[in-house]
Write a protein of this length. Structure first.
Length: 100
């Protein structure tokens, strides 16, 4: 078997086990408030940890990335829709990079 296929097979097995083991090992309802709140916030924290560095390195200048991030936070804080937030952030980055 080619090494590439072996690597792909191992990655597939590890990915499957990470997803399947909790379903098979934990059969009762989780009653601990700490564990429940931890599991509730894990997706948000993971998404933030992956997204924030990408925001800062996605433009030509850190200033335009920071400006777009601040505008996105402001629009999201005011409960605007995802498309509105994204467009406002992109337009801000475009304007700041045009000025710089």
């Amino acid at each position: 078997m080619d090494k590439a296929y072996a690597y792909i097979l191992v990655m597939a097995l590890v990915t499957y086990l990470i997803r399947a083991l909790p379903l098979t090992l934990i059969r009762h309802e989780i009653k601990s408030p700490f564990v429940r709140s931890f599991l509730y916030y894990v997706p948000y924290a993971t998404l933030a940890a992956m997204t924030f560095p990408a925001i800062l390195t996605s433009t030509n200048a850190l200033a335009s990335a920071a400006a777009g991030f601040i505008v996105a936070i402001a629009f999201a804080w005011r409960k605007k829709g995802l498309l509105t937030v994204a467009i406002a952030a992109c337009v801000t980055v475009l304007l700041v990079e045009a000025v710089l």
